[in-house]
Design a protein around this ligand. Structure first.
Ligand code: ADP
Length: 177
């Protein structure tokens, strides 16, 4: 059996360039585009992505919705809405874990083998990077350990900056296997 830890990989760079089955968008509840990674994904995918997003009727915090990838190398985009950091007492940790979990549920449902996540909520939404990295790694790892989710071959944690890359490395090292 493939070691679950080997299914987790760190990628440093621009998520719009990765040729995985699905890239994840850290969207806002309107799903009508924004700045940061959302803006980069819409710019790279082309205007058809916005047209499809308009049909989705928005997305609640912690939930996820799937669209085509259009001009992206990735055939699918999974849009999820992270929590805005409000100091840590507004259910942020559970909601951020829901983003990872519900996205992986779509990956599993669509029988996709590879998916790449940006560091959800750590930009404009202000989530502390270290805590967000811990939640990302723990939630993804726990999901992959369930044999029912065995068709997921690899999950990429995309770090846009060096600090995030190092935080992911640290969290992965904590996993004893
Ligand atoms: P949020 O509103 O969820 O905080 P942001 O887009 O502001 O979303 O930031 C989320 C993370 O995505 C940040 O760590 C940011 O550095 C990163 N990011 C921004 N652009 C890209 C990109 N093109 N590829 C990968 N990550 C990106």
């Amino acid at each position: 059996m493939l070691n679950v830890k080997n299914k987790l990989a760190i990628y440093r760079g621009n998520i719009t360039k990765i040729g995985v089955d699905a890239i994840v968008n850290a969207a806002n509840p309107s799903l009508l585009g924004g700045g940061g990674v959302d803006g980069a994904i819409h710019a790279a995918a082309g205007p058809q992505l916005l047209e499809e997003c308009k049909e989705l009727g928005g997305c609640a915090v912690g939930q996820a919705k799937i669209t085509a990838g259009y001009q992206l190398p990735a055939p699918f985009v999974i849009h999820t809405v992270g929590p805005i950091w409000r100091g840590g007492k507004a259910d942020e940790a559970r909601l951020l874990a829901c983003c990872y979990y519900n996205t992986l549920e779509l990956v599993n449902e669509y029988r996709l083998a590879t998916v790449a996540f940006p560091a959800i909520s750590t930009g404009a939404y202000g989530y502390p990077r270290e805590q967000a990295a811990a939640i990302a790694v723990k939630t993804i790892y726990n999901y992959l350990t369930d044999p029912a989710h065995g068709s997921i071959h690899r999950v990429y944690l995309v770090a846009f900056d060096k600090e995030t890359e190092q935080l992911y490395r640290k969290e992965l090292e904590k996993i004893a296997e």
